[in-house]
Design a protein around this ligand. Structure first.
Ligand SMILES: *Cc1c(COP(=O)(O)O)cnc(C)c1O
Length: 382
């Protein structure tokens, strides 16, 4: 099946009792059994729920994976992966990460005795000096948040596989429509379902997809033991959202390209970060591992001051000033004070995330209105 057909049909069956074409919301905490040792596959809803099960199958199919697991947030999904580690284990990851991932790694898991190496992964070979016998996990985020850096997933996998290191990819920015890390050799794909998969800014959810059955069982054990599972209503909303993922992504990519090009040609705009530009440092990698370049763009103003950036953000009318991304509506965000405020300033600046960087999540509105909005707000900056 091709992507759009899978988005609509994979994992979902008409309800066997009524024929309802839409997956029912099984709003129940428990299930009546015939006898103590006999049930219909469902015993207690922390362990399994039919609405959630269909969603898990659907997301797994979109990532060309065998097993999917949903969590109550993207961070819940990431947390489940890290719970597979033991004190003394080491993780290699990039120095341009979602702020919440950085916070979970440094504030929660460093305290639990896990060591993290935050390095520049623009070149896969940068990993080699950090590999030790204790390295267990390589955590990748590509394209990265917010600097839109691109990491060569297949090259990283090739480097670490012989050392028995698992590779997990946060695929939130690309969505399964643009990139499928399992096909490139990764062991685990993670999503903040909150973003493109949900797509309508009305649900917080996370997901993991894997091919290895033992790894799936280990993660399912964590999900059930630790309990960060999503509810059936949210599972329904995401199943519904995913049915238009391919249509939304097409428009996100179309609008993203137009906005990126518009910004790059604007005299008041400084640097524009978008992997679709020919001169993006890893454009060739992006072209190879992604189907298109998406609607996430970061930029600075030529008169690069926090004050000027603030003027722009306060004067946008169609773009809303808000955290998050991947919804149908266009958002503008100030990473330094919003999504990435949990990264210490010194660390942030060192990694190229300036105080004045602006991030856009380009939505699926009409492009003319998005460009006109940028035009009127840019008139107000110096
Ligand atoms: C939002 C986000 C997360 C965290 O997901 P939540 O659903 O907010 O918990 C992780 N990674 C990336 C890249 C994100 O954008």
């Amino acid at each position: 099946m091709k992507f759009g057909t899978k988005a609509i049909h994979a994992g979902v069956e008409p309800d066997p009792t009524t024929g309802a074409i839409m997956t029912p919301i099984f709003q129940t905490s428990t299930y009546v059994q015939e006898s103590p040792s006999k049930h219909k596959g469902y015993a207690y809803a922390r362990g399994a729920n039919p609405t959630r099960n269909q969603l898990q199958k659907n997301i797994a199919a979109l990532e060309n994976g065998k097993f999917g697991l949903c969590f109550s947030s993207g961070m819940g999904a990431t947390d489940a992966v890290l719970r597979l580690l033991n004190p003394g284990d080491e993780v290699i990851t990039s120095n341009d990460l979602y702020g919440g991932s950085y916070r979970l790694f440094t504030k929660v898991y460093e305290r639990a005795g896990i060591k993290f190496h935050f390095i520049d992964l623009a070149k896969a070979e940068n990993i080699t000096p950090y590999i030790t016998p204790k390295t267990r996990l390589l955590w990748l985020e590509t394209p990265s948040n917010p600097l839109m850096r691109v990491i060569d997933i297949a090259a990283c996998v090739a480097l670490v596989k012989k050392h028995n290191i698992q590779v997990a990819v946060d695929n939130t920015f690309a969505s399964p429509y643009l990139q499928n890390p399992l096909d490139l050799g990764a062991d685990i794909v993670m999503h903040s379902v909150t973003k493109y998969l949900g797509g309508h800014s009305d649900v917080i959810m996370g997901a993991l997809v894997v091919n290895d059955e033992q790894l799936y069982k280990d993660l399912a054990f964590v999900a059930n033991s630790c309990g960060a599972v999503p509810g059936p209503q949210d599972s329904f909303l995401v199943l519904r959202g995913i049915k238009t993922l391919h249509l939304r992504m097409e428009r996100h990519c179309f609008n993203g390209k137009k906005v990126a090009e518009y910004l790059r040609n604007h005299p008041k705009v400084g640097k524009v970060y978008w992997p679709g530009f020919n001169d993006h440092p890893n454009h060739d990698v992006a072209k190879k591992q992604m189907r298109d370049f998406g609607g996430m763009i970061s930029f600075t103003l030529k008169n690069d001051s926090l004050e000027n950036a603030t003027t722009l953000m306060e004067n946008m009318e169609v773009f809303s000033l808000a955290e998050s991304l991947g919804g149908v509506e266009s958002l503008i965000n100030h990473p330094a004070s919003m999504t990435h405020a949990s990264i210490p300033r010194e660390e942030r600046i060192k990694n190229g995330l300036s105080d004045s960087l602006i991030r856009l999540s380009v939505g699926v509105e009409d492009i003319e209105d998005l460009l006109a909005d940028l035009e009127q707000a840019l008139k107000k900056v110096s």
